[in-house]
Design a protein around this ligand. Structure first.
Ligand code: ARG
Length: 556
């Protein structure tokens, strides 16, 4: 609906740079624009002139009952009761597709996310990428974009040289090694190399062998990949995440030569101390080929980008990767521009912040990384305790209890991540993750379950038509909030900010609970309206949580 208002204002002033915003304070209507402050002349007079024109707009008067000037020249719009009710009926009619749109039609968006590293644990750091990436993937799909999900597995590079060296020099059998032991070997290497830096030469030699196709190196490497994939799949299962494409960095081996050639042809690279680098105006140089002839993370990202452009011709590529790689992606995007790859396309690096536990950054280097699986298990355990405390929860059959505990536990962890702007660092705090009367997944899931239980008790009367068109303030609060959902998804997706959606859902749930706590629903004069409000709220919360990758149990 915001788009209808925006369009009408744009048409009225013949300009495209119009911003219409939601108003927080109900007294100012539903939408507001400050455009009159930017038209030159007296803002108040400009606003009044504009309001006169807008009042004649048929599209606008269809949904807006009041347009007025406020303050120094703001224009406020109030949605009509009819529009609010029509929106309510729309929710009940289209159900799970309410909020969807086709603004992305005929455009392809690639979301690259998760991207853990082979032979290392799926650390909690990759959790953010998986959760935020999945939410963005879902939102873009809901907006009509053709979406491609990519998992850019870290399966290549010098770190494999370190493992190959360790396994070989200690005569270990790779098939018998567990991921924990591999992690230890990795840590052990770094400790030894600190005292004896020449060990790095050994690691580089092994990586060179690997890249050169050495049979023994490739055999060990394949075994490492298989082992890791088993663990990753287990975690994706717990998280309920399925990424359609998984290409390791090694996949781009065959594409790198042509990319390197392309770069050389355009004279973008130069020799430097035996290596080959690409220089930029405002960035430090990137290493295309190391002095020992091996490729780099940067080279492989260029090849991956070439592949993606050729395969999917995307309008947008979202890289859901941590903020420690900001420089890397600037270099990759800048190189793509040099190569003429960015014409008509946008590349975005989300650069999410860190998750901290009390002991600081998650790191595999120092060997004290927190294992994701432990965190997820703990979350499910805590969710179970919560369920046991609720009367409905206690009454559930054992296997349903297990499913609900998983939905609530995993949902809580996901939501806690998503409710923060991706770029902020977050401190993981179990009390906040599970806060039952605050901004959390369990709170929203409870609210959905509450709407289900009201509707179950109401049975047939839900079918009755609305006869009372006077809304009290709690009803109005819910109706207004319900009218915002579609616009919120667009804004959240365009700003790569799932937190805007969580904020919205929390607000809607609060409005609904305020309504629920002070109004009788079943058996009241406004029963039909109130049941519809209840049903629509449950639907919108469900739609929103589903986009965020969070399940909504029927009862809990
Ligand atoms: N595997 C990398 C890491 O864990 C992340 C990959 C990011 N994506 C990319 N296209 N470079 O650090």
């Amino acid at each position: 609906m915001k788009d209808v208002v925006e369009k009408a204002v744009k048409k009225a002033i013949g300009r495209n740079d119009v911003l219409v915003e939601f108003t927080e304070n109900e007294n100012f209507g539903d939408f507001s624009t400050n455009i009159a402050l930017h038209l030159g002349g007296s803002p108040k007079e400009e606003a009044e002139k504009l309001v006169d024109i807008l009042k004649k707009s048929p599209e606008l008067t269809k949904i807006v009952s009041k347009i007025e000037v406020a303050g120094p020249g703001f224009i406020n719009f109030r949605l009509s009761k009819e529009a609010l009710l029509e929106n309510l009926e729309e929710i009940l009619k289209v159900k799970e597709s309410f909020g969807a749109s086709d603004i992305g039609k005929r455009k392809t968006t690639i979301v690259e996310y998760s991207s853990p590293n082979i032979a290392k644990h799926f650390a909690i750091g990759h959790l953010r990428s998986t959760i935020i990436g999945k939410a963005l993937f879902n939102m873009y799909g809901f907006l009509g974009y053709k979406t491609i999900g990519e998992n850019h597995l870290g399966d290549w590079g010098t770190q494999f040289g370190t493992l190959l060296y360790q396994i070989n020099s200690q005569h270990l059998t790779v098939d018998k090694l567990t991921l924990d032991e591999l992690q230890d070997l990795y840590v052990d290497f770094h400790e030894k190399a600190e005292i004896n830096p020449e060990l790095w030469d050994e690691a580089r030699t092994w990586f060179k062998k690997l890249e050169g196709g050495d049979e023994e190196a490739r055999h060990i490497w394949r075994s490492l990949v298989e082992k890791s994939m088993v663990e990753f799949e287990r975690i994706y299962n717990i998280l309920g995440v399925n990424i359609e494409n998984a290409h390791g960095e090694s996949f781009y081996e065959g594409i790198m030569p042509s990319v390197i050639e392309d770069i050389r042809k355009r004279k973008l690279s130069k020799k430097s101390l035996g290596a080959e680098i690409v220089e930029f105006k405002d960035l430090p140089p990137a290493m295309l080929i190391k002095s020992d002839g091996t490729t780099t993370y940067y080279t492989r990202d260029l090849a991956a980008l070439a592949y993606r452009i050729k395969t999917w011709d995307p309008a947008l590529i979202i890289y859901e990767v941590g903020s420690d790689q900001i420089l890397h992606f600037r270099q990759v995007f800048e190189t793509a521009k040099f190569l003429g790859w960015s014409e008509g396309r946008e590349f975005v690096h989300i650069a999410h912040g860190l998750i901290r536990f009390e002991h600081g950054k998650m790191s595999t280097r120092k060997g004290q990384s927190i294992k994701l699986e432990e965190v997820l298990d703990e979350a499910i355990k805590r969710a179970r305790q919560i369920i046991e405390k609720s009367e409905t929860g206690r009454g559930l059959a054992e296997d349903e209890k297990g499913k609900v505990a998983k939905a609530v536990g995993i949902g809580a962890v996901k939501y806690f991540d998503l409710m923060h702007h991706p770029q902020t660092d977050i401190v993981f705090d179990w009390n906040k993750v599970f806060v039952l009367e605050g901004n959390s997944a369990p709170y929203l899931q409870y609210t959905v379950a509450r709407t289900n239980s009201v509707l179950a008790k109401a049975q047939k009367s839900f079918e009755f038509r609305i006869s009372n068109f006077e809304f009290n303030s709690e009803e109005l609060g819910v109706l207004r909030s319900l009218a915002r959902f579609g616009d919120v998804i667009i804004t959240a997706a365009k700003n790569y900010s799932p937190n805007l959606l969580t904020n919205y859902l929390f607000d809607l749930a609060q409005k609904f609970n305020a309504f629920y706590n002070s109004n009788r629903i079943i058996g009241s004069d406004s029963e039909a309206l109130r049941l519809r409000l209840t049903s629509a709220t449950g639907q919108v919360l469900k739609n929103g949580l589903t986009l965020l990758g969070i399940e909504t149990p029927e009862r809990m």
